[in-house]
Ligand binder design. Structure first.
Ligand SMILES: Cc1cc2nc3c(=O)[nH]c(=O)nc-3n(C[C@H](O)[C@H](O)[C@H](O)COP(=O)(O)O)c2cc1C
Length: 176
């Protein structure tokens, strides 16, 4: 099963990107992870730009989403919502229909006590409007600071690793 992992952060030391790497390490057998890391290459969406030839990053994004069996988003929370760059990504995907019916997990990671729950809710809402098949059992909000990951990027708390494993198993179940 091919999982495409997409982080909503542009930061080099992003917690969300690092959690996606940790998810790939913890993933059950049969789950193959790839990462889409060209968020910063996407132009601002405008319907007038949504025509051939598409910007290269947009064409690549749509192809990668289309060929994935499942999607895993992991988003920071900025001002109580998903970051504009992630919403911009979704605006580029929507008219392609590549997300329709696609099993999708929506994760948020934040140092706050709520773990970015409002960003996750805004992400889920948008994905549902796009007719992605959001899997609630595979979605989570994780309270995590940089100290929650060790030098290798592994989660220090076993209960958080267990949560991730459970979410990934649910995604695998709903995508097969
Ligand atoms: C402009 C700005 C707004 C933020 N707003 C929120 C917020 O509303 N809720 C929250 O939990 N964290 C907020 N944060 C903190 C981020 O969750 C934190 O920086 C997180 O590490 C970003 O994710 P990343 O490490 O993947 O880049 C904000 C950070 C910035 C820079």
């Amino acid at each position: 099963m091919r999982v495409l992992a997409l982080s909503g952060s542009l930061r080099a030391q992003s917690l969300n990107a690092r959690v996606l790497r940790e998810a790939a390490r913890l993933a059950p057998d049969g789950m193959d992870f790839s990462f889409w890391e060209r968020l910063d290459d996407l132009p601002h969406f405008s319907p007038e730009r949504d025509e051939d030839p598409l910007p290269p990053a947009v064409a690549d994004l749509r192809a990668r989403v289309r060929e994935a069996d499942a999607l895993l988003f992991c988003t920071p929370e900025y001002i109580h919502a998903m970051p504009a760059v992630l919403k911009n990504l979704l605006e580029w995907v929507v008219s392609s229909g590549a997300c329709v019916g696609k099993p999708t997990a929506a994760w948020s990671v934040s140092p706050s006590l709520e773990g970015g729950a409002r960003a996750q809710a805004s992400l889920v809402h948008t994905l549902e409007v796009m007719s992605a098949k959001v899997v609630p059992e595979a979605s989570l909000c994780l309270t995590l600071a940089h100290s929650g990951l060790d030098g290798d990027g592994h989660l220090r708390k076993q209960e958080q690793a267990t949560l991730l494993c459970k979410a990934l198993r649910e995604l695998s179940f709903h995508a097969s």
